[in-house]
Design a protein around this ligand. Structure first.
Ligand SMILES: Cc1cc2nc3c(=O)[nH]c(=O)nc-3n(C[C@H](O)[C@H](O)[C@H](O)COP(=O)(O)OP(=O)(O)OC[C@H]3O[C@@H](n4cnc5c(N)ncnc54)[C@H](O)[C@@H]3O)c2cc1C
Length: 236
């Protein structure tokens, strides 16, 4: 997304990824159909050490902007529940869309290249990758979270931030189930039951379905309840 937009603004862009294919995590997102945005995205839905970040980011690019991009690429979509928008077809369409946006910005892709070293000297970054070296006045690190390493995820961004003396918020697992020790009988009688619940975290309140299992309560992608209505097409 960043490479495509920067390229379309006239920057000369080199995108380096050590994975052999771009956007592999997107391919498995939303059960293969990519829950690509939510109609109710709003700053107060984000639990963050810096709540103002979501405000400024969303004021410049909101769900309707992404939806317009999806529509421009003629990707069919539907609203599932609670404003969640999914591709009718496959998450691969979203990856294709991002690659087409990169192509429109003249982005050069170098895939399958491990990055060996990043240096900064004068006003230039130097990136050693594969057998090559690239030099640029600006460097964007977008290596995502460390979940699902087999799809290429690493802690590279955190290591690089430490190398350049940047403060980081220690990452913690998210979207994980609440598992209970075997002796905990609280939810065992409810195993197999899915029911609407309200989960609270501090002042935030999330309403969604939860599934109880013999091991605990697996997390479900959740969002705050919203009034009925909305512009999306509803699935059957
Ligand atoms: C199972 C699952 C389901 C999800 N479902 C959804 C969903 O439905 N909707 C939604 O909005 N979000 C979903 N997410 C979250 C979403 O996938 C991520 O938020 C999103 O992919 C983050 O994008 P990103 O570009 O920041 O990072 P990523 O997609 O993780 O991309 C980072 C890239 O950096 C590359 N990289 C990493 N380390 C290095 C290195 N050292 N050198 C070179 N390249 C490197 C990786 O190969 C990768 O291609 C899901 C996540 C998971 C794990």
């Amino acid at each position: 997304m960043c490479a495509g937009i920067a390229g379309q603004r006239g920057r000369r862009i080199l995108l380096i990824d050590h994975a052999p294919e771009a956007g592999r995590k997107i391919l498995i997102s939303g059960g293969g159909r990519c829950n690509f945005t939510n109609l109710d995205v709003a700053p107060d839905r984000y639990l963050s050490a810096n709540p103002h970040f979501a405000k400024s980011a969303l004021s410049r690019y909101g769900p309707q902007d992404f939806l317009a991009l999806v529509d421009r690429h003629r990707i069919a979509w539907h609203e599932k529940t609670l404003g969640q928008l999914f591709c009718d077809g496959s998450a691969r369409q979203i990856v294709r869309m991002l690659l087409d946006e990169c192509a429109a910005g003249g982005v050069t892709l170098h895939l399958g290249n491990p990055i060996r070293e990043v240096r900064h000297a004068g006003d230039q970054f130097q990136v050693e990758y594969g057998v090559r070296t690239a030099q640029a006045p600006a460097l964007v690190i977008a290596t995502g979270g460390p979940s699902i390493p087999k799809l290429g995820a690493t802690d590279f961004a955190y290591r690089l931030a430490r190398q350049f003396g940047l403060k980081i918020v220690e990452p913690r697992p998210a979207l994980v189930p609440l598992t209970l020790p075997p002796e905990e009988a609280l939810f065992r009688a409810l195993a197999g039951v899915a029911t609407p619940v309200v989960a609270r975290c501090g002042a935030a309140r999330f309403a969604e379905a939860a599934l109880f299992t013999h091991r605990g309560c697996p997390a479900r992608r959740s969002c705050r309840s919203r009034p009925t209505g909305g512009t999306g097409r509803r699935s059957a």
